[in-house]
Design a protein around this ligand. Structure first.
Ligand code: BGC
Length: 851
């Protein structure tokens, strides 16, 4: 470990070495720290932010607006950026305002070394950069701080959605925030605010739900939690529309409509941003023919003027250049790159993430200088961005204390409490898809009694002593971009906290009860995907060798055995995870076939699936008596799966997405407009339990309201009884299942939910707060420009999406709940969706009235 920068020491001795050096570098000896907050408060060198800006050259300002990627902490190391020889130059010559380590892959995975190295780098920056302005360090802590060895990885986002438990998610993410600060980082590129609408998309696992309401609630909770530590800013991403690429490929062009944007894609951002969020990361793709990074409407009219966002907007990786290489907005020349910089800044970008080499840091600085000099960009516009960046640094306390406290990290990383919370989330996220009787006694195949012999096989269990099946349990963004060590694990390599399913099975059952026949999983070939088709790549990831086949053939007929086949997907990310099909790869289907052919009809076959998408369908599931969809449950996953198989955890997760029968049905979502509804294999909200729940006495209070107004909600109550023999948790989800309007209402939509725990025979009256904002639609003709309203009509509400039991909420007059107003950037003054003479008349009446 290098030099220490323990802040306790620093304050104890009138400034330890780091503090002293900082003060010397900044001349801040007279300024003990920040006084107040804002552009007119003193931050450094006795200067206010505004004075500091006035003192900076345009080049320095451009430096503050950059976030280059670093691969190493060595300031003398060469970087892949043209015109800068070392990382050190980024600070001394270019005065870079921020750096990032992309892909959950910092230069060291050792948490203590990480914080010490970031402090070293900060010291170098303060000593060598023009005004000694502290940088902030960005990292992908997207499912927990799963970028350091031993960290508690939270269940991936698709599991979070299945819990419908934003409160527990919030608790878990508060720990993430503390670890981010303790490891010396300041910005996490989270929360991901993405709907799960297209399972072909390689980032489907990063979405929370196909329900706008559930995504909004969880995003609000995560955004709030990730900022609980004062030294950390969240970065809600990717603004906006990223999750619906037209062909399902990551970053492909998005075709959507104004109505779809305003009713479903944007509200979760709007809700999450109410909790702050110092930064926002922009969608790499294009929306309706405009790259998001070039959209003044998205980044300024909407984000700033409509939502009131005051923080820093950040590009995604290499996205200035993507306007050239993918979007063909400009030629691939110096001029083209300069135009890309101008366009992004004019649209509203404050900080550019520079990775991938398209535009180098030095080029960026030069372009900004030239653009200002030529009058193509005003210096005021540059100052505006720099002010936001410096204010964020001030909020994070960086001017006051630029160094992280190194003493906290060892106790925090992977501590027992965080493992407990993550495990509880994993338990709540277990979705039991199917549970049929395997034998003539008619009893469902699960739970197991614990006395059985088990034959365990499939790519999701670890072979040969190397626990690389932990990869499938965790997914991408875990100690590396594509998952741990890129999928080629080494003995003794870095691991998140937690146990595998096999670890836990071995703890719970005797060695004689478990027979394990491994099959092959090798994800280290992920990088070959651009040259292989998705199909070829997947086929080469999973193998079922002749030797494995003959082992399975001889083990399978054991009459007493229950066969547990662990299938699914290796970790993946971004374009490397895009899918051409949803069935399981051939080698896995072959494993299932071999089991079926070599066992008697009454041998229970249990499927456990670790995957980031709905993989597998009837071809495979028809052979299984029970199927547990475990998603990517991460640290607590091994425990949650085994406890569920053994009945110690009664599954209560509900699918956050509709499980398509075939890839050709995609998109299939419960909240589509009627006419778009295919019959899914498992509907949104599906999830079995080992007990049964019944509903009675559904009602809504009040049953009638006038015109809904801001923040208004109503309450649905229902009596829920546990009618089975086991205690269990249950998510009561309230849907609007029918209503009529001037425009189409979604077929069904979630308006509220509540998790409840009931003992056998117990009845509880569950009250669910119904969010009227979830009923808002955009009225008016096809362009979809009018003010969002809850329309005046009868709304049928149900607790079971297909249930007969409904209650009616009557809305007597239309009204806006979340935000009155037409589409921002338009002069549709009266909000009727048309820009016409009536708007001019409204302005006339308004001015007359004002007189
Ligand atoms: C991803 C972002 C991520 C960034 C930094 C990009 O490729 O789209 O979500 O935060 O890399 O790792």
């Amino acid at each position: 470990m290098s030099d220490q920068h323990d802040t306790d020491d620093a304050s104890a001795n009138e400034g330890g070495q780091s503090r002293r050096t900082f003060m010397k570098a900044t001349g801040a000896a007279t300024v003990a720290g920040a006084i107040g907050v804002g552009a007119d408060s003193v931050v450094a060198q006795g200067q206010t932010i505004n004075e500091l800006i006035a003192d900076m050259s345009v080049a320095e300002k451009a430096g503050q607006m950059m976030q280059p990627a670093i691969g190493s902490f060595d300031t003398a190391t060469e970087e892949p950026f043209a015109q800068v020889d070392t990382i050190g130059d980024l600070f001394s010559e270019l005065g870079t305002g921020s750096v990032l380590a992309g892909g959950s892959s910092p230069p060291t995975l050792d948490p203590e070394e990480l914080v010490a190295s970031i402090n070293d780098l900060q010291e170098y920056n303060i000593e060598h950069s023009p005004h000694g302005i502290p940088f902030f360090f960005g990292i992908d802590g997207v499912h927990g701080a799963a970028y350091v060895d031993g960290a508690t990885a939270l269940p991936q986002r698709l599991n979070m959605g299945a819990t419908r438990d934003p409160d527990l998610i919030e608790d878990a993410e508060e720990h993430t925030s503390d670890v981010i600060a303790a490891t010396g980082c300041h910005e996490t590129f989270a929360p991901t605010i993405e709907l799960q609408r297209d399972p072909r998309w390689g980032r489907f696992f990063e979405g929370i739900s196909e329900s706008t309401k559930v995504l909004a609630d969880v995003s609000r909770a995560r955004n709030r939690a990730l900022e609980t530590n004062d030294r950390v800013t969240a970065t809600p991403k990717h603004f906006a529309g990223y999750e619906v690429p037209a062909n399902g490929n990551d970053r492909a062009a998005v075709n959507t409509s104004m109505r779809d944007l305003r009713e479903t894609l944007l509200p979760p951002f709007e809700v999450a941003l109410e909790e702050g969020g110092g930064m926002v990361m922009v969608n790499s793709g294009s929306v309706n023919g405009v790259p998001a990074h070039a959209s003044h409407w998205l980044l300024t009219d909407l984000l700033r003027e409509e939502y009131g966002f005051e923080g820093v907007t950040l590009t995604d990786w290499n996205d200035l250049y993507r306007m050239i290489s993918i979007h063909d907005l400009f030629p691939d020349t110096e001029d083209g790159k300069r135009m890309a910089v101008e366009t992004a800044i004019e649209a509203g970008i404050d900080m550019v993430m520079l990775g991938g080499g398209g535009v180098s840091p030095a080029q960026f600085v030069t372009f900004v200088e030239e653009l200002v000099e030529d009058g193509d960009l005003s210096e005021d516009r540059i100052d505006e961005s720099v002010r936001r960046i410096l204010e964020l640094k001030q909020d994070l306390g960086l001017f006051e204390e630029p160094y992280a406290d190194e003493s906290k990290v060892s106790d925090l990383v992977g501590n027992d409490e965080s493992v407990r919370t993550s495990t509880q989330l994993a338990r709540e996220s277990m979705v039991l898809l199917k549970n049929d009787p395997a034998t003539e006694d008619g009893e469902p195949a699960l739970p197991l009694s614990g006395d059985e012999s088990l034959l365990v096989t499939g790519p999701g269990v670890n072979p040969d002593g190397l626990d690389n099946r932990i990869l499938m349990q965790h997914g991408g963004w875990t100690l590396g971009w594509q998952g741990i060590e890129g999928g080629g694990l080494s003995e003794g390599g870095p691991r998140p906290a937690g146990k595998t399913m096999m670890d836990v099975l071995e703890e719970r059952l005797s060695a004689e009860q478990i027979t394990h026949v491994p099959t092959t999983l090798d994800r280290s070939n992920w990088w070959a995907q651009p040259t292989l088709t998705d199909h070829e790549q997947a086929e080469s990831t999973y193998r079922f060798t002749d030797h494995q086949r003959s082992d399975l053939e001889s083990a399978a007929p054991d009459a007493d055995a229950v066969v547990v086949v662990v299938v699914g997907e290796a970790p993946h990310n971004e374009g490397f995870g895009d899918r051409d099909y949803l069935r399981l790869p051939e080698a896995q289907r072959e494993v299932v076939r071999t089991v079926v052919e070599n066992t008697s009809d009454d041998t229970p076959i249990i499927g456990v699936e670790y995957a980031g998408s709905p993989r597998g369908g009837q071809q495979t599931f028809q052979h299984m008596d029970a199927v547990l969809f475990a998603g990517q449950p991460a640290t607590g996953g091994g425990t949650a799966v085994v406890e569920t198989l053994l009945g110690e955890n009664n599954p209560s997760g509900r699918l956050g997405f509709s499980w398509p029968r075939e890839v050709g049905d995609v998109p299939v979502t419960h909240n589509a407009w009627s006419g778009n509804l295919d019959d899914p294999l498992y509907p949104y909200g599906h999830g079995l339990s080992y007990t049964t729940f019944e509903y009675e006495n559904l009602s809504v209070t009040p049953p009638k309201i006038g015109s809904p107004s801001a923040g208004q909600n109503v309450r649905v109550t229902v009596d829920v009884t546990n009618t089975g023999d086991l205690p269990g948790e249950h998510v009561v989800e309230v849907y609007n299942t029918q209503s009529y309007g001037t425009v189409m209402h979604p077929d069904r939509r979630v308006v509220g939910y509540e998790r409840v725990r009931l003992d056998p025979g117990q009845t509880e009256t569950v009250a669910v707060r119904v969010d009227l904002a979830a009923l808002e639609v955009v009225p008016g003709d096809v362009p979809g420009l009018g003010s969002k309203v809850v329309e005046a009509t009868d709304y049928e509400l149900a607790v079971d999406p297909d249930g007969d039991m409904t209650t009616t909420l009557t809305v007597q007059g239309k009204g806006s709940v979340r935000r009155a107003g037409h589409v921002p950037g338009r002069f549709d003054v009266n909000g009727d969706g048309q820009v016409d003479v009536f708007d001019v008349m409204d302005i006339y009446h308004y001015t007359q009235h004002r007189r």
